[in-house]
Design a protein around this ligand. Sequence first.
Ligand code: SF4
Length: 316
Amino acid sequence: MRTVRDATSLHKAAGVTIDDEQASKHAHELFATRVPQAFLDRVAPGDLNDPLLMQVLPQAQELVKDARSSQDPVGDRDAIKIDGVLHKYQGRVLLVTTGACAIHCRYCFRRHFPYSDSHIGGQRLQAAMNYIKDDSNIEEVILSGGDPLSLSNAQLENITQQLCSIGHLKRLRIHTRVPVVLPDRVDDGLVDWLNRIPLPTSMVIHANHANEIDQQVTSTLHRLYETGTLLFNQSVLLKGINDSVDSLSALSQRLFECRVIPYYLHLLDQVEGAMHFNVDDHTARTLITELRQTLPGYLVPKLVRENPGQKSKTPI
Ligand code: SF4
């Protein structure tokens, strides 16, 4: 399937005219454009304010400096124990399985992450496995990235076979945006792989707006649900995209129709180049309070912020 990989092609494909074309190109040079056609198909043509397009369109605002932002807003670099292994929290580690993603979200907290030096590809996999084997306090491994479903089914199988042979692991978690942005990737082989994982497994998908979940995504999520994998969603609260009660409520309800539980609503990780998406704490709290008055509790995600160096996410 086609993937749009530069700013000018994205403007054309979305049918929009940008005031500052040069700035958009410059933003693309700082963080490459990447939008799969399946995602683009859900964008309303010609609408610069489309909530899906805004997530992927390189914009002049990305060039604005903001003293509150940094290149490593959640302290990932301090949490790297060995290449590709982030160990922040009690009992669980995160594996950076790859630097590749199916889509590039402009607000990505890892947009400056040194992927080429820190993922578990090639020779590094064994060292990562040894790190986990040597620490019997680790009960859960999170496959992250980039996006782990950018790997082939054979690569995923190799990783999970090795993990499942480690006696002290009790759970596996997969963080992925692929079922939402590139549902075709969830093929028979991937479903077989999930069916064969012996450890209790959860998958945390990432959708920010109900429009991201079309019929094909719905079918894909139902297919994943049938594997017995527990499905959760995490979103980022994004100015101009989902910062309204109506938008958040529609997303939660759409997710539940697809058998996905809304899990986290993250305040923006204040990464350089993304501050125009920031929603302040007061507005965020007000939204969540109103959402609680609108939906049953199980459809209200936890509003959190990740603060560098802390032992858990911080509820807001
Ligand atoms: S899918 Fe996740 S890791 Fe990849 S660009 Fe988007 S937010 Fe970043």
